[in-house]
Design a protein around this ligand. Structure first.
Ligand SMILES: [Mn+2]
Length: 563
């Protein structure tokens, strides 16, 4: 019976591309909800393989919003440094260890494979068949200075030769076979046979009844009658009594002889020294191993050594299996780690232009509005795609969060109109809902200082003038003023760790619509700050709500003046 395993396990080689929509690092609500809403819009427009992703934890405010509307957080993809899984071909043709070498070589040759993983009955990698390993193995078998011994079984011989079994014993037992060809005259051949280990001897002979009878009496392991000839009924009965297997080979003696060598189980020919790859291995670390391996191609296994794919030299030339869309940022320094290795298909943003270059033209939408959520909501309208109520709700939250309930200096008429429109769809009152989500954010004031600083921290400038500004919203400034010593210590640690010019925390009071600024860093720089000082290292920013539009330009200007 020709079962599937006789053909080798054959899986289609496939690579499904995924498009991931990412917000920036340390994602805020606008980043997360615009990624979710935009991925859903792309899906509605027929891009089925488009998904939202995030490269950081959702903050408390975002968590509250997603939970309130039952929207799952985007898939966490912490970094995108290229890995084997981004380039490999999934699925692989493998061969079972007990397949005859001849059959495996046919699969290797016909499929134009560089190598074939040899697997156990459960599909786990044992070793690797490639032409080099095969050639070395054959050289050992046909070394004229050594008596050629090779592992095989009666059933493997029958399968490889396409032989007709006449009598079979222990058909699946592997033994170390030696071939004896009945080429001498009878007496000389009998002496030759007597000198051989009979339990391992295979005799090839044509229609010579004297030889056939002699080797059956002497109980050799197997008698292979060549050229399609057969044996008499009496001899067949005798072979059954003596426990000698008899096969009828359709080939002549010489062909049968060399073909028999290829009946060894392929498992004995594999290269066991080649280490397979893992899905999570970094491409940078394995490139050399692929290029220097004889097969220029290696199997990829899971933690249990199950073969799940193949990575070849040619796979490394292809594009990886991920493409990305950036929302709410346009600078590679704010994008997920490793983003530069992938094709950026689109950017949808409302920040100043950073320095990102692409190799191909892309969809680039940048509008000076208060939030990316505003732009994404507009894109639903432009494409005439109705929004689910949940999507309208989280987009409204995105607008209200980024514009501090439409009161920040970045707020435009477009944001107001869109917020109004979304409020109508969702029945969520702008002010009430805005206070609700801002209140969720202000829970932050009670978190550990390290978390407060890390939650929404942005890096600006470079080299000697680099700095960080973290931002956090509170209901009243007193709740954070009580912790000023702790906060200043945290900023000092942050500045020491980065070696930057300074580290700052902007605390925005969403009731009074003012902010306080905590700064630690270079004393010369600090001496130039002209904001009213509340106490050492703490300043009052009256009416300042926007980090990017109001605070950072001021700080950048101070640095420029000083240099
Ligand atoms: Mn934003």
């Amino acid at each position: 019976m020709q079962s599937l395993r006789d053909q080798g396990r054959n899986f289609p080689m496939e690579r499904k591309k995924r498009i991931l929509v990412f917000g920036h690092r340390n994602p805020d609500t606008d980043s997360i909800v615009s990624a979710i809403a935009y991925a859903e819009l792309k899906q509605a427009l027929g891009v089925a393989n488009c998904f939202a992703a995030r490269c950081g934890n959702v903050n408390l405010q975002t968590e509250y919003i997603l939970e309130r509307f039952g929207v799952p957080a985007p898939e966490f993809v912490g970094e995108l440094i290229p890995k084997v899984k981004n380039y490999m071909s999934r699925g692989a043709t493998t061969v079972p260890h007990d397949m005859p070498l001849w059959q495996a070589l046919e699969i290797l040759n016909r499929g134009n494979f560089k190598m074939l993983p040899i697997v156990d009955d459960g599909g786990h990698l044992l070793s690797i068949l490639h032409f080099n390993a095969f050639a070395q193995n054959m050289l050992r078998k046909i070394d004229p200075n050594r008596k050629g011994v090779f592992p095989t079984s009666v059933s493997l011989l029958a399968k490889t030769l396409g032989a007709q079994p006449l009598v079979e014993f222990d058909r699946n037992t592997i033994f170390q076979a030696q071939i004896a060809v009945a080429a001498y005259e009878f007496e000389a051949f009998r002496e030759h046979i007597d000198a051989m280990p009979r339990a391992n001897t295979i005799v090839l002979v044509g229609n010579r009844e004297d030889v056939q009878a002699c080797v059956i009496e002497r109980q050799v392991r197997a008698l292979i009658v060549t050229g399609g000839r057969t044996i008499s009924r009496e001899l067949k009965k005798r072979a059954e009594q003596k426990g000698v297997s008899v096969l009828i080979s359709p080939y002549d003696t010489s062909t049968t002889s060399w073909l028999a060598l290829y009946s060894s189980p392929v498992g004995h020919t594999g290269d066991g020294a080649l280490e397979p790859l893992k899905e999570g291995d970094y491409i940078g670390a394995v490139r050399e191993r692929i290029l220097s391996s004889v097969s220029r191609s290696l199997p990829v296994v899971d933690a249990g050594r199950l073969v799940i794919g193949v990575l070849s030299q040619s796979d490394l030339m292809r594009e990886p299996d991920i493409e990305i869309i950036l929302v709410d940022h346009n600078e590679i320094s704010q994008a997920v780690d490793g983003a530069e290795n992938y094709r950026v298909l689109e950017i949808i943003d409302h920040h100043r232009l950073g320095n990102l270059h692409t190799n191909t033209p892309i969809t680039f939408i940048n509008k000076p509005v208060g939030s990316t959520s505003t732009i994404v909501a507009t894109l639903y309208q432009d494409n005439r795609v109705p929004m689910r109520k949940e999507i309208a709700s989280i987009l409204l939250a995105g607008i209200l969060s980024d514009t501090v309930i439409l009161r920040s200096a970045t707020t435009t008429e477009t944001d107001r109109h869109m917020a109004d429109y979304l409020s109508t769809i969702t029945d969520l009152p702008i002010d009430g809902f805005g206070k609700e989500i801002m209140g969720a954010a202000s829970l932050v004031a009670r978190r550990p200082v390290g978390e407060i600083l890390a939650l929404d921290m942005k890096h600006f400038g470079e080299g000697k003038t680099a700095f960080t500004v973290s931002q956090v919203e509170v209901n009243t400034l007193t709740e954070i003023m009580d912790r000023r010593d702790e906060i200043l210590e945290g900023l000092e640690r942050q500045q020491a760790r980065t070696g930057y010019l300074f580290s700052a925390l902007m605390v925005t009071d969403i009731t009074e619509l003012d902010s306080a600024l905590f700064v630690k860093g270079d004393p010369v720089f600090l001496s130039r700050i002209r904001y009213p000082k509340v106490e050492e290292n703490v300043y009052m920013l009256k009416g300042v709500l926007s980090r990017k539009k109001q605070l950072v330009p001021c700080l950048t200007e101070l640095i420029r003046k000083g240099s």
